[in-house]
Design a protein around this ligand. Structure first.
Ligand code: TYD
Length: 208
């Protein structure tokens, strides 16, 4: 792999998407060839699977079916978008990746978590070079999410407790590997961008 693979993680409404665009623009100012993409989705077939996942009633899928849908979508995205871009030397920024599945689908059940880790090894096989986790108070982020009024409310419907558990999961995950960088998202957009840029510019050895 010649490019770099950076992922953005955090609970719903943590500002990942806004920060992803800011980061892409900044990297382009430094002459980098950047691809900003997202999961679930990022390419037609995977976006179709996304609609099955983010819309509708919260109990429409069993736990295992839901995990398989996330991995079907991820595998397609990997083949069609992520690997080609990384192999071309691009800096790929992805809004969510396997860490989201570990946190959201693996949060309460150790067997499901193990299944996710195994599936990831066998059907995905790549690990991000850097993962920025935007940490935010779930009350704040949930209000942002609910005020968006989109069709994609399935996960927001799980409520505050779910988001709080996910937040704690991310904080624990951040301690398990040095690729994780926890960013304090309870700040202004510009401040958060600055903190992210600090980490990314160091990681890519870019002169400020
Ligand atoms: P996303 O579009 O990132 O939502 P947001 O912009 O609100 O953060 O992701 C859609 C939803 O899918 C989100 O609620 C989290 C959920 N999700 C999982 O549960 N598992 C996964 O593996 C991924 C990638 C997303």
């Amino acid at each position: 792999m010649s490019g770099k693979f950076i992922t953005l993680e955090g609970i719903d409404g943590s500002g990942k998407t806004t920060q992803g665009f800011f980061l892409k623009n900044k990297l382009e100012e430094f002459g980098k060839d950047v691809l900003f993409t997202r999961e679930p989705g990022g390419v037609k077939g995977a976006e179709e699977i996304r609609n099955l996942l983010v819309q509708g009633e919260k109990d429409r899928w069993s736990n295992i079916t839901e995990i398989l849908l996330f991995f079907a979508s991820r595998r397609h995205h990997l083949e069609k978008v992520l690997l080609p871009a990384i192999n071309k030397g691009k800096v790929v920024i992805c809004d969510r990746f396997t860490d989201s599945t570990i946190i959201y689908q693996g949060r309460e059940n150790i067997h499901l978590k193990k299944m996710i880790i195994e599936l990831n090894k066998s059907v995905i096989g790549i690990v991000p070079d850097l993962t920025l986790i935007i940490d935010i108070d779930p009350t704040k982020s949930l209000n942002r999410g609910l005020s968006r009024k989109s069709d994609e409310m399935r996960f927001e419907r799980f409520g505050l407790e779910f988001q709080a558990t996910a937040r704690n999961g991310y904080i624990s995950l951040a301690k398990t590997d040095k690729r994780y960088q926890l960013i304090d998202g309870n700040n202004s957009k510009d401040k958060v961008h600055q903190m992210i840029w600090n980490k990314v510019s160091k990681f890519l050895s870019l002169k400020l």
